[in-house]
Write a protein that binds this ligand. Structure first.
Ligand SMILES: *Cc1c(COP(=O)(O)O)cnc(C)c1O
Length: 493
């Protein structure tokens, strides 16, 4: 921490009467708003000169950590580089000035962009059609499960209320199933970290709606038994759901639709390059196999025979009297634009390099560090992997300590204490864009931290040492976050 203005609010820098603006001379005489529309007391706005404002916000912005200023190996989150061209396209005024309710004829370009992405995602995943409407991964899961429920209901198969979820799944899977009014049944993993088919068999029956799978799973491992699992699940009349939030390692190489999955969601804000620190914005498109298209939510963009793009709304499809689709709007358009731009920039050939490079980077880090960090499951990983803390458990240095010490070296910490299968989980995911130099730098620091843990453990246990904020009380911060600031109208005024 230096002596800049860290920690101050702009309000605390206020001095009564100080101004950072000058308004043009009033040429129109004095006109008061009616009393009813006026404050009785002036708003307590900060009064600052321009330089103070500029420095204050510039210093604050420098406290931010992002993919653009450092390595960000946050497992499961796929913090990949967001090329500025994406931003340029998403911010183009031809798109940003549109009104969501404009007539179709006046927004053909925007509809074409949506339609193109629907088609590209279908091709990438091997599914028949897509909706771009859901605005997050979890939102996509809920939409996908509602589609599955509608499918069963359309067949009068109403007793299918169970969803099978692996114990390694992302927490949103059971949460979405529960929100959808379905019962979550957990299937165990084998010692190798894959879905245990023997544990699955007795769970299957005519009350199961779907099986949710993540592949590569949350440990970064490729689920090898998918053909067998898909057969078992389909034989009992249930559908296969694919959590494709992290499609990165499969991109251009393998397609969930070819593996027997019926419904899937993707996270455009992970795999398809939209910045998503701090919880947004996102988009969680849902794809379905042939035969399930009528359950996709409306509105939905289609291309007519004459090349015109139109939006179908509920009840219009096949002139159905009863709506079959689960109902939203056309998604997060700027995120759609970024994904489209990302795919078009890479092109068909280069998109097939994303998975192999991400996988190479992950395996390189894993193999380089496994002498110092405990690798609970050996073997090839895909785009990410999990360590179970330091190998040498006698030092008392925890995964939390290692994560905090990494901050001192200018790296974002990996995902920690998730997945829950290991007590000291540390989940590392580099992406395809990182250079060997960056990765070697990270490996070197991870080795150094392991050495410090042996030789000067307090150094690690009391980290971070050079960040503006030291350790916060995680539990208190989560349970009782203080999200407002009691304003001190201080002596300055
Ligand atoms: C991130 C993630 C989700 C949830 O996505 P959100 O956009 O955060 O709702 C679901 N499943 C997996 C495997 C994920 O990594």
């Amino acid at each position: 921490m230096n002596n800049k203005l860290y920690g101050n609010l702009i309000f605390e820098l206020s001095h009564k009467g100080r101004v950072g603006y000058s308004l043009p001379k009033n040429k129109f005489g004095h006109h008061e708003l009616p009393t009813i529309a006026r404050r009785s007391v002036d708003a307590a706005l900060p009064e600052c000169d321009e330089m103070t404002v500029v420095r204050h916000y510039t210093n604050l912005s420098e406290n931010n950590f992002g993919v653009d200023n450092g390595f960000y190996p946050l497992g499961s989150c796929t913090m990949k580089y967001n090329p500025p061209i994406n931003e340029e396209m998403a911010n183009h005024h031809d798109f940003t000035d549109l009104h969501p309710l404009q007539p179709e004829d006046s927004v053909q370009g925007a509809l074409e962009a949506e339609y193109m992405l629907q088609r590209m995602l279908s091709e990438i995943t091997g599914l028949s059609d897509f909706t771009l409407n859901p605005c997050a991964g979890a939102h996509g899961e809920l939409t996908g499960l509602m589609i599955i429920r509608s499918y069963h209901q359309s067949r009068n198969d109403n007793k299918r209320l169970k969803v099978i979820v692996p114990d390694s799944a992302h927490g949103t899977n059971p949460a979405s199933a529960a929100v959808c009014g379905l019962e979550v049944v957990e299937v165990k993993s084998t010692a190798d970290g894959l879905v245990d088919v023997e544990d699955l068999k007795p769970l299957l029956g005519d009350d199961v709606a779907a099986m949710m799978m993540t592949n590569p799973n949350t440990l970064g491992l490729f689920e090898k038994e998918i053909p067998e699992i898909a057969k078992l699940v389909h034989n009992c009349g249930a559908l296969m759901y694919y959590d494709g939030a992290n499609l990165n390692p499969l991109l251009g190489k393998a397609r969930p639709g070819d593996m027997g999955f019926d419904v899937l969601h993707l996270n455009l804000h992970k795999t398809f390059s939209t910045p998503h620190g701090g919880g947004g914005p996102g988009d969680g498109p849902v794809g379905v196999r042939t035969g399930l298209e009528q359950f996709l939510p409306r509105p939905h963009v289609v291309k007519d025979n004459d090349g015109h793009f139109s939006i179908i709304r509920d009840r219009q499809l096949d002139n159905l009297d009863v709506p079959t689709s689960v109902g939203a709007f056309l998604g997060n358009f700027a995120v759609v634009m970024r994904a489209l731009c990302y795919i078009l920039t890479l092109g068909k050939e280069n998109i097939g390099m994303v998975g192999p490079l991400a996988t190479l980077n992950a395996n390189y880090i894993k193999e380089s560090l496994k002498d110092d960090y405990e690798l609970p499951i050996e073997g090839l990983c895909k785009h990410e992997f999990v360590f179970n803390g330091l190998k040498d458990k006698s030092t008392g240095v925890t995964t939390m300590d290692v994560a905090k010490r990494l901050l001192d070296f200018g790296y974002h910490a990996p995902t920690i204490y998730f997945p829950l299968l290991f007590h000291e989980a540390m989940m590392i995911e580099p992406t395809e864009n990182e250079s060997k130099d960056t990765i070697d730098g990270f490996i070197k620091v991870m080795h150094q931290i392991a050495r410090e843990a042996r030789e000067t453990p307090d150094m690690v246990k009391t980290a971070p040492h050079n960040t503006p904020v030291k350790r916060v009380d995680d539990v208190l911060a989560a349970k009782h976050p203080i999200t407002t600031y009691r304003q001190l109208i201080n002596d300055n005024n």
